[in-house]
Design a binder for this molecule. Structure first.
Ligand code: FEO
Length: 185
Protein backbone atom coordinates (compact mmCIF):
# COMPACT_ATOMS: atom_id res chain seq x y z
CA UNK A 1 0.00 0.00 0.00
CA UNK A 2 1.28 3.48 -0.89
CA UNK A 3 1.66 5.67 2.14
CA UNK A 4 1.62 9.48 2.17
CA UNK A 5 2.51 10.03 5.79
CA UNK A 6 6.07 9.93 7.03
CA UNK A 7 4.67 8.16 10.11
CA UNK A 8 3.97 5.04 8.11
CA UNK A 9 4.41 2.72 11.06
CA UNK A 10 1.63 4.36 13.02
CA UNK A 11 -1.58 2.75 11.81
CA UNK A 12 -3.79 5.51 13.22
CA UNK A 13 -2.15 8.36 11.31
CA UNK A 14 -1.79 6.92 7.85
CA UNK A 15 -3.87 7.35 4.75
CA UNK A 16 -3.71 5.56 1.45
CA UNK A 17 -2.62 7.81 -1.48
CA UNK A 18 -5.66 6.84 -3.57
CA UNK A 19 -7.99 7.86 -0.76
CA UNK A 20 -6.08 11.07 -0.10
CA UNK A 21 -6.35 11.95 -3.82
CA UNK A 22 -10.08 11.20 -3.85
CA UNK A 23 -10.64 13.34 -0.75
CA UNK A 24 -8.63 16.19 -2.26
CA UNK A 25 -10.84 15.95 -5.38
CA UNK A 26 -13.89 16.02 -3.12
CA UNK A 27 -12.51 19.13 -1.42
CA UNK A 28 -12.40 20.78 -4.85
CA UNK A 29 -15.94 19.60 -5.61
CA UNK A 30 -17.28 21.14 -2.40
CA UNK A 31 -15.62 24.45 -3.28
CA UNK A 32 -17.02 24.23 -6.80
CA UNK A 33 -20.46 23.69 -5.22
CA UNK A 34 -19.96 26.79 -3.08
CA UNK A 35 -18.95 28.78 -6.17
CA UNK A 36 -21.88 27.44 -8.12
CA UNK A 37 -24.40 28.29 -5.38
CA UNK A 38 -22.91 31.77 -5.14
CA UNK A 39 -23.43 32.18 -8.91
CA UNK A 40 -27.05 31.09 -8.41
CA UNK A 41 -27.36 33.62 -5.58
CA UNK A 42 -26.02 36.39 -7.83
CA UNK A 43 -28.48 35.38 -10.57
CA UNK A 44 -31.41 35.66 -8.15
CA UNK A 45 -30.23 39.14 -7.12
CA UNK A 46 -30.58 40.20 -10.75
CA UNK A 47 -34.14 38.82 -10.74
CA UNK A 48 -35.06 40.79 -7.57
CA UNK A 49 -35.68 37.49 -5.79
CA UNK A 50 -33.69 38.40 -2.69
CA UNK A 51 -35.06 35.52 -0.58
CA UNK A 52 -33.91 32.99 -3.18
CA UNK A 53 -30.56 34.81 -3.35
CA UNK A 54 -30.22 34.59 0.44
CA UNK A 55 -31.06 30.85 0.44
CA UNK A 56 -28.39 30.18 -2.19
CA UNK A 57 -25.84 32.30 -0.33
CA UNK A 58 -26.43 30.27 2.86
CA UNK A 59 -26.09 27.08 0.78
CA UNK A 60 -22.74 28.35 -0.53
CA UNK A 61 -21.59 28.94 3.06
CA UNK A 62 -22.59 25.38 3.99
CA UNK A 63 -20.55 24.01 1.09
CA UNK A 64 -17.51 25.85 2.43
CA UNK A 65 -17.99 24.14 5.80
CA UNK A 66 -18.16 20.77 3.98
CA UNK A 67 -14.87 21.58 2.30
CA UNK A 68 -13.29 22.51 5.63
CA UNK A 69 -14.42 19.22 7.18
CA UNK A 70 -12.45 17.39 4.49
CA UNK A 71 -9.50 19.76 4.89
CA UNK A 72 -9.38 19.05 8.64
CA UNK A 73 -9.76 15.30 8.14
CA UNK A 74 -6.87 15.24 5.66
CA UNK A 75 -4.80 17.13 8.20
CA UNK A 76 -5.81 14.77 11.02
CA UNK A 77 -4.73 11.83 8.85
CA UNK A 78 -1.46 13.56 8.01
CA UNK A 79 -2.22 13.57 4.30
CA UNK A 80 -1.13 16.27 1.85
CA UNK A 81 -3.81 18.88 1.20
CA UNK A 82 -3.81 19.72 -2.51
CA UNK A 83 -5.59 22.54 -4.31
CA UNK A 84 -6.65 22.55 -7.92
CA UNK A 85 -8.46 24.86 -10.32
CA UNK A 86 -12.09 25.50 -9.52
CA UNK A 87 -14.22 25.25 -12.66
CA UNK A 88 -16.21 28.34 -13.73
CA UNK A 89 -19.83 27.73 -12.76
CA UNK A 90 -22.89 28.35 -14.94
CA UNK A 91 -24.10 31.92 -14.37
CA UNK A 92 -27.40 32.40 -16.17
CA UNK A 93 -30.68 30.55 -16.18
CA UNK A 94 -34.12 30.94 -17.74
CA UNK A 95 -36.15 30.44 -14.57
CA UNK A 96 -35.90 29.71 -10.83
CA UNK A 97 -37.04 26.17 -11.61
CA UNK A 98 -34.07 25.63 -13.92
CA UNK A 99 -31.72 26.85 -11.18
CA UNK A 100 -33.03 24.32 -8.68
CA UNK A 101 -32.99 21.53 -11.26
CA UNK A 102 -29.29 22.28 -11.81
CA UNK A 103 -28.80 22.33 -8.06
CA UNK A 104 -30.36 18.85 -7.75
CA UNK A 105 -28.18 17.51 -10.56
CA UNK A 106 -25.09 18.92 -8.81
CA UNK A 107 -26.09 17.39 -5.47
CA UNK A 108 -26.65 14.00 -7.13
CA UNK A 109 -23.17 14.25 -8.63
CA UNK A 110 -21.73 15.05 -5.19
CA UNK A 111 -23.62 12.12 -3.63
CA UNK A 112 -22.24 9.74 -6.26
CA UNK A 113 -18.73 11.02 -5.66
CA UNK A 114 -19.07 10.49 -1.89
CA UNK A 115 -20.41 6.94 -2.48
CA UNK A 116 -17.42 6.21 -4.72
CA UNK A 117 -14.97 7.32 -2.03
CA UNK A 118 -16.87 5.27 0.57
CA UNK A 119 -16.58 2.23 -1.74
CA UNK A 120 -12.87 2.90 -2.12
CA UNK A 121 -12.44 3.26 1.65
CA UNK A 122 -14.13 -0.11 2.16
CA UNK A 123 -12.04 -1.86 -0.47
CA UNK A 124 -8.86 -0.34 1.00
CA UNK A 125 -10.02 -1.29 4.52
CA UNK A 126 -9.77 2.35 5.63
CA UNK A 127 -12.40 2.33 8.36
CA UNK A 128 -11.57 5.82 9.62
CA UNK A 129 -12.34 7.39 6.23
CA UNK A 130 -15.42 5.22 5.83
CA UNK A 131 -16.75 6.40 9.19
CA UNK A 132 -15.85 10.03 8.38
CA UNK A 133 -17.90 9.82 5.17
CA UNK A 134 -21.07 8.71 6.96
CA UNK A 135 -21.80 12.33 7.91
CA UNK A 136 -21.57 13.35 4.25
CA UNK A 137 -23.81 10.49 3.14
CA UNK A 138 -26.53 11.59 5.59
CA UNK A 139 -26.04 15.25 4.60
CA UNK A 140 -26.49 14.41 0.91
CA UNK A 141 -29.79 12.62 1.61
CA UNK A 142 -30.96 15.79 3.39
CA UNK A 143 -29.70 18.19 0.70
CA UNK A 144 -31.23 16.24 -2.17
CA UNK A 145 -34.56 16.02 -0.30
CA UNK A 146 -34.66 19.78 0.40
CA UNK A 147 -33.93 20.67 -3.24
CA UNK A 148 -36.50 18.14 -4.54
CA UNK A 149 -39.09 19.67 -2.23
CA UNK A 150 -38.29 23.17 -3.49
CA UNK A 151 -38.59 21.98 -7.10
CA UNK A 152 -42.04 20.56 -6.30
CA UNK A 153 -43.05 23.81 -4.58
CA UNK A 154 -41.89 25.97 -7.49
CA UNK A 155 -43.82 23.75 -9.90
CA UNK A 156 -46.88 24.14 -7.69
CA UNK A 157 -46.74 27.93 -7.34
CA UNK A 158 -45.63 28.59 -10.93
CA UNK A 159 -42.78 30.77 -12.07
CA UNK A 160 -44.29 34.16 -11.36
CA UNK A 161 -46.87 36.04 -9.31
CA UNK A 162 -47.95 35.79 -5.68
CA UNK A 163 -46.83 32.21 -5.08
CA UNK A 164 -43.27 32.99 -6.07
CA UNK A 165 -43.33 36.17 -3.97
CA UNK A 166 -44.44 34.21 -0.89
CA UNK A 167 -41.85 31.50 -1.51
CA UNK A 168 -39.19 34.21 -1.83
CA UNK A 169 -40.24 35.59 1.56
CA UNK A 170 -40.06 32.06 3.01
CA UNK A 171 -36.59 31.36 1.65
CA UNK A 172 -35.33 34.64 3.13
CA UNK A 173 -35.74 33.04 6.59
CA UNK A 174 -33.10 30.38 6.08
CA UNK A 175 -30.31 30.35 8.68
CA UNK A 176 -27.08 28.37 8.63
CA UNK A 177 -27.21 24.55 8.98
CA UNK A 178 -30.90 24.14 8.26
CA UNK A 179 -32.10 26.63 10.88
CA UNK A 180 -34.90 29.09 10.26
CA UNK A 181 -34.24 32.63 11.47
CA UNK A 182 -37.89 32.95 12.58
CA UNK A 183 -37.48 29.96 14.96
CA UNK A 184 -37.87 30.95 18.61
CA UNK A 185 -39.51 34.28 17.78
FE1 FEO B 1 -21.52 19.56 0.06
FE2 FEO B 1 -24.20 20.16 -1.36
O1 FEO B 1 -22.79 19.01 -1.08
Amino acid sequence: MDIVSPLSQQEDTIINTKIAAALNEQLNMEYYSAYSYLAMSAYFLTQNLNGFAHWMRVQAQEELTHGMKIYDFLDDREADIRFSTIETPKQSWDSPLEVFEDSLAQEQKVSQSIYNIADLALSERDHATHTFLQWFIAEQVEEEAVVRELIDTIKLVGIEGNGLFLLDRDLAQRGLNGTDTTEGQ
